[in-house]
Write a protein that binds this ligand. Sequence first.
Ligand SMILES: NC(=O)c1ccc[n+]([C@@H]2O[C@H](COP(=O)([O-])OP(=O)(O)OC[C@H]3O[C@@H](n4cnc5c(N)ncnc54)[C@H](O)[C@@H]3O)[C@@H](O)[C@H]2O)c1
Length: 372
Amino acid sequence: MRRDNSATATYNPAMAENIQVKLGERAYAVHVGRGLDGFSAVVPDCTARVIVTDQTVGRLYGQQFSQLLNARVITVPAGEDSKSLRQLESVFAQLLAPRDLVRQSVIIALGGGVIGDLAGFAAATLYRGVRYIQVPTTLLAMVDSSVGGKTAINHIAGKNLIGAFHQPHAVWCDIAFLETLPVREYVSGLAEVVKTAAIGSAALFATLEQEVSAILARNDAVVTRIIADCVRFKAAVVEQDELETTGRRAMLNFGHTLGHALENLYPGRWLHGEAVAIGMVAALRLSVERAALDPGVAERVVRLLQALGLPTNVPAELDAEAAAAVMLGDKKRGGAAVGFVLLKALGEPVVQPCTVDSSLLRTLMGPRDERT
Ligand SMILES: NC(=O)c1ccc[n+]([C@@H]2O[C@H](COP(=O)([O-])OP(=O)(O)OC[C@H]3O[C@@H](n4cnc5c(N)ncnc54)[C@H](O)[C@@H]3O)[C@@H](O)[C@H]2O)c1
């Protein structure tokens, strides 16, 4: 495999990677590269193929994929609200009405994490499970949500509460999709890249620091390498803990505890990665205090997030008590503990139960950002 550290490296097809997710009979390959050469070959021959996408992605790429795969297209509105029982019902109606689908049929999830989660859940439950292929079109979906088999929709009682583990048949990350992705969405996806490096690999972290401008310029060679590194890490975690029972998969929640509270208290205000970036910085403060993380390392992570254009301060208006209530969920307030993912060092995460009290909240909140 070629490794080129130059930010000006030009992409060539040999840089494409196929990463195996080794899960026995549920094993699959994740392709990372530019273009669709070889894509048709990973889509099984079957009587019916259906593409599920959102209106934005559908407008850009729906026709091309429909022709390429000889598949019909189901379109839902773009955005988180489509991860709903209502949209699921509409997707089922459109899947079932033409009566062309059988258990051997294939669903293609063409879109970001919302489509991957919605179409994946539909695939998990239709006829007790049909095959689906993830074709992620956002950076977040490429580096995180398309790999690992978690599918879900939201409920009024909370995010991702109705779901299933259902591994895809294949994942195809074509970095050409990133050309049309809005800057804010791209940068939001970079938060999950930084998260992966922080919990998984000091070497990847150093690469990110070196390649900030190439990353922001969406340099093909650099982006391909980084996505492949993130997928490799996620695949290894999923192989060790497919159904989130051994605790290994919980490490992926670094930055997500406070991040989820922000998303929950201000729906629609923060993109997922933005909330996670703020949550990671809060978790880093806690790591310095309680997991002996070198403050210099914490500072490096903050500097990298800032260089990539991500927010790092908890907004001034966030009420610490309200955040505590969300983080505790159903648990009784006062004295209850939350498992925080902390860092001992780059690549060394640890889950630590922390009592949610005023001292913890003071550390988490840190310096407030008056601008947000
Ligand atoms: N299953 C998992 O393991 C997992 C992990 C992390 C996140 N998630 C879920 O992922 C979702 C967030 O995913 P997301 O950030 O990809 O959001 P998203 O799917 O809503 O996509 C973001 C926006 O970008 C648009 N878009 C997508 N691809 C585009 C492209 N190539 N060009 C132009 N526009 C494009 C979409 O239409 C949408 O408006 C959340 O619901 C989250 O819960 C799931």
